[in-house]
Design a protein around this ligand. Structure first.
Ligand SMILES: Nc1ncnc2c1ncn2[C@@H]1O[C@H](COP(=O)(O)OP(=O)(O)OP(=O)(O)O)[C@@H](O)[C@H]1O
Ligand SMILES: [Mg+2]
Length: 240
């Protein structure tokens, strides 16, 4: 149903960038309390789509609603206030501040900080260390914890694995699932396709700016030929 309360909904969204559209007529729904993996080839438009949702770049046409509220004309800050939080590529933390100080900057309620540190025992041990002294994996945990204490309704995550060893990245994935279990709708862009699909319930494939697969992540994991066809543009994908 249109404007469902607990969804992030895109209808006919087009995003132009430089020479032309990089997202073309995309309609999809991101449910709350679920991880949705968004995968696709390099240059497909995944980052551009997340940036248009959070307000880094404008949506050219179409509509986006969060819990039924249209957002495309709202500022980035106003969208964040509605609970749309974007973890961009790269680890945006304050290196000179301690772990706890980093969390204080985004926490809606100070009491949430202890809850977040319970979810990340490694961070709890380093709570008073400057973030710059942490490992890459621990810094990415700070990024996740900062997002979590901001109490997002929807969390857009772009290539959390960047620069991390797969084994380190795999330790972060259960945290993402726990966020979803607490009601957050997660849109997870990830180059480690199989890890993302293994975690997610729903999956989207984007190729050349168009959605070429929408369905269950499990179905894609079990059908490499379907994934391959969707990456190539969906022309050869079997009809439902
Ligand atoms: N700042 C920019 N200015 C102009 N065009 C851009 C810009 N950033 C990306 N593009 C173009 O937009 C298209 C989509 O790029 P985007 O970065 O969104 O893809 P992606 O799916 O995130 O790719 P990757 O998997 O490599 O991260 C590409 O054609 C890219 O060249
Ligand atoms: Mg990208």
């Amino acid at each position: 149903m249109n404007g469902a309360v607990n969804t992030l909904e895109l209808t006919g969204v087009t995003v132009a960038r430089g020479a032309g559209p990089v997202i073309r007529d995309v309609s999809l729904t991101v449910p709350a309390g679920t991880v949705t993996a968004l995968v696709g080839p390099n240059g497909a438009g995944k980052t551009s789509l997340l940036e248009a949702l959070s307000g880094v770049i404008p949506v050219t046409s179409g509509s986006v609603t969060v819990g039924g509220t249209p957002i495309t004309k709202l500022s980035r800050v106003a969208r964040a206030r509605l609970g749309l939080v974007h973890i961009e590529q790269g680890r945006a933390i304050f290196p000179g501040l301690t772990v706890v100080e980093n969390l204080r900057l985004t926490a809606r309620e100070p009491a949430d900080i202890e809850g977040a540190l319970e979810m990340f025992p490694e961070l709890d041990k380093r709570r008073d260390s400057p973030a710059e002294l942490l490992s890459g994996g621990e810094q990415q945990m700070v990024v996740l914890a900062r997002a979590f204490v901001s109490r997002p309704a929807f969390l857009l995550i772009d290539e959390m694995s960047l620069g991390l060893a797969p084994v380190v990245f795999m330790r972060l994935l259960p945290m993402v699932r726990r966020f979803a279990e607490q009601g957050v709708g997660i849109l997870l862009v990830e180059q480690f396709t199989h890890l993302a699909l293994g975690l997610a319930r729903e999956a989207l494939v984007v190729s050349s700016g168009r959605v070429t697969y929408q369905g269950q992540a499990k179905e894609l994991l079990n059908a490499p030929e379907l994934l391959h066809a969707a990456y190539l543009g969906g022309a050869d994908a079997p009809r439902q």
